[in-house]
Write a protein that binds this ligand. Structure first.
Ligand code: FAD
Ligand code: SF4
Ligand code: SF4
Length: 608
């Protein structure tokens, strides 16, 4: 099939692109403002394919300054968008460890002792200190609290109502079609295949769609972005080694909540010093809250779900959350390399937008506005080229899109953020100082540190628990958990003093119950598994098996032999396994032993 423009993914970046484009393809009198090359006499044929079951079924709790969003919608009224509200209050909170189980450095322990000793003089309450000042670079004053799902559905309806763009959810793109270094379109995913991708009854090979421009906005773990990175490489010195796994609950707050709509809390310090938390209050007593587990958290037990529950139980937060009820949950990875992870943004026949193009800013904790803005910049550029009847070549896209992007605030702020997190590579206290330095000096000063791939930094379980749990006991626990087919982290955390979670069936539910209750995971049959373990021999020599420990949906479990088992029906498509595998590929040390391919299904919730 032929189209003029084909788009991969419908996240905020693509929404920015299609909003800008769709508004200007038709003149006020209904005639085409520019003409389609494949269907003369009509406006360009624009098709967008999204892998999730419906529009806006991704995961991200969002507070945003909304500069790019407001530029596209100057009259934006949050009341028009379900779950949206203006930011009213913003606090940064340091959480102390009320249990004594977290791994704190001596510096942090000393700081905690000082805080407790001078508690009467400090804003210290409920085992936490509210910082008297929020650094300006973190401020979202004048911004918005949004449900990304609801916002994307709102934008999707507006874009489609123009009649110039078709968005197809539940339709994963399998690959980009590349001929002579030129992207000429995309191929959709095969249907009617078994888990290994072998044709079965009702086999339907993925359709090819040829287009003059392929816009790639498939996010931090998108398979088309991965393919282009593998095919065209990354610019000299660039890499994508910084990331975080974000896990989130959407909850009903208790009836008597003191939290007002528009409240924004950022936390650090607990359950482990490296884990950052967020809580945003929507209208009608609904809140989005969650944690980020970053790439530089050097533990083989990176279990976001269990840590999220301990975080909610912290006295500072629990006083607000007790009596609340889970509505929905999910997980997603966040590409945190930013400007340093930027791939080639344009080439013949293609352009990249959004987080997969390195737009996310780790210093300001902002990704949506940046992603949106890159999409909007591409829309202006494509319209300029189409009106000038110039082909969508690398050169022309560089002269328009790249030029706009380089001259914009996304680039300027991305440069400031570039080295802001390097300090974390050598500890959280150093990291916070480095971040503050970069933020307060506009990037002139920062602390150094080399981001390493996980296999170079994740210690073995025996190394990590040295002095706390004897190696023989770890071995015994490993055997017991393998027999039960469960991950190890529960037993290890319990052994280190983390208390059992007091399940209440409402907000504190087991991981499995969350999959049924709040996750609503879908996995349509007839598609190949999207998570694959590439080399069994690498799994055999892998002692940490971190993929099992961190899996956001308990979809990866101990297998029959050394290779883990994967259950698509529990996978929330967060992509965490793709980043975290502990063994490098023999032919590409930047990539690990897990493939994360195109797949349908995942979370079925438009509230996240
Ligand atoms: C828990 C969490 C909280 C966050 N909170 C904030 C916040 O408060 N403020 C903020 O500004 N940012 C926040 N972010 C970051 C923000 O969500 C991202 O920066 C933003 O979503 C990036 O937009 P994008 O369009 O580039 O990519 P994505 O949002 O990842 O969208 C990519 C889309 O492509 C689709 N796709 C992928 N592969 C395929 C395929 N093969 N075929 C078809 N479709 C495909 C995906 O399903 C997805 O819909 C948060 C992120 C997380 C994980
Ligand atoms: S997929 Fe990676 S982390 Fe998991 S067992 Fe295999 S090598 Fe280890
Ligand atoms: S298997 Fe699915 S749920 Fe588990 S970490 Fe990988 S992408 Fe996330």
């Amino acid at each position: 099939m032929d189209a003029d423009i084909v788009c991969v993914g419908f996240g905020p970046a693509m929404a920015g692109f299609l909003t800008g484009l769709s508004k200007q393809l038709v003149n006020p009198d209904g005639t085409p403002a520019v003409e389609s090359a494949v269907m003369p006499g009509t406006p360009p044929q624009v098709l967008c394919y999204e892998r999730a079951d419906d529009i806006g079924f991704g995961v991200s709790g969002v507070v945003t300054r909304g500069r790019g969003l407001r530029a596209s919608f100057p009259d934006l009224d949050p009341k028009q968008i379900p779950m949206a509200t203006a930011v009213t209050e913003e606090k940064v909170v340091y959480l102390l460890d009320p249990i004594g189980a977290s791994r704190r450095s001596w510096a942090l322990r000393a700081a905690d002792s000082c805080i407790r000793a001078f508690a009467g003089l400090l804003p210290f309450e409920h085992e936490a200190v509210e910082l008297p000042w929020t650094p300006p670079f973190l401020h979202k004053t004048g911004g918005l609290v949004l449900s990304m799902g609801q916002f994307m559905q709102w934008v999707g309806a507006q874009v489609q109502s123009t009649g110039t763009v078709q968005i197809w959810p539940g339709t994963p793109v399998a690959q980009a079609l590349v001929e002579d270094h030129k992207v000429v379109g995309i191929r959709l995913l095969d249907q009617g295949v078994d888990k290994q991708g072998r044709p079965g009854d009702g086999f339907l090979p993925g359709m090819d769609i040829h287009a003059a421009l392929t816009v790639v906005g498939d996010g931090p773990v998108g398979p088309i972005g991965q393919q282009l990175d593998a095919q065209f490489g990354l610019p000299e010195g660039h890499h994508a080694r910084d990331w975080a796994v974000g896990m989130k609950f959407v909850i009903d707050l208790p009836a008597a909540t003191a939290l007002q709509p528009g409240t924004v809390l950022h936390t650090f310090g607990f359950p482990e010093p490296e884990i950052f938390g967020f809580l945003y209050v929507h209208p009608d007593r609904v809140a989005s809250l969650g944690i980020f587990v970053p790439s530089w958290f050097d533990t083989p037990v990176r279990t976001a779900y269990r840590y999220l529950q301990h975080w909610m139980l912290h006295p500072y937060l629990w006083r607000y959350l007790k009596g609340g009820k889970l509505r929905s949950w999910g997980a997603k990875t966040l590409g945190e390399s930013g400007r340093r992870g930027e791939p080639y943004l344009v080439g013949d026949g293609y352009a990249r937008v959004g987080e997969g193009s390195g737009s996310t800013n780790v210093l300001t904790g902002s990704g949506v506005d940046e992603a949106w803005t890159t999409g909007a910049q591409l829309a202006e550029s494509v319209l300029e080229l189409l009106k000038a009847k110039k082909p969508l070549t690398r050169q022309h896209l560089e002269e328009t899109y790249l030029k706009r992007r380089r001259a914009s605030w996304v680039e300027a702020e991305g440069r400031i953020a570039e080295k802001s997190r390097d300090g974390f590579q050598e500890g959280v206290v150093r990291g916070m100082i480095g971040m503050a330095l970069a933020g307060l000096t506009n990037g002139w000063l920062s602390l150094s540190g080399e981001p390493l791939p996980p296999y170079k930094r994740i210690p073995t379980l025996e190394e990590y628990y040295h002095g706390r749990i004897p190696a023989a006991e770890i071995q015994q626990l490993r055997k017991e958990c393998a027999i039960k087919g469960v991950s190890l982290h529960g037993a290890l955390m319990q052994r280190c003093g983390w208390p059992a979670i007091p399940y209440d069936g409402q907000l504190l539910v087991s991981h499995q119950d969350a999959l049924l209750l709040g996750g609503k995971v879908q996995a349509p049959p007839g598609y190949a598994d999207h998570v694959a373990f590439l080399y069994p021999e690498l799994c055999e020599r892998c002692g940490t098996k971190i993929c099992i420990e961190l899996c956001s949906g308990q979809a990866i479990t101990p297998g029959q032999g050394s290779v883990p088992a994967f259950d698509r029906e529990k996978c929330v498509h967060c992509g965490a396994c793709y980043w975290n595998c502990a063994q490098p590929l023999p032919d590409n040390p930047e990539r690990m032993n897990i493939a994360f391919r195109a797949g349908t299904g995942g979370l079925h919730s438009a509230e996240n």
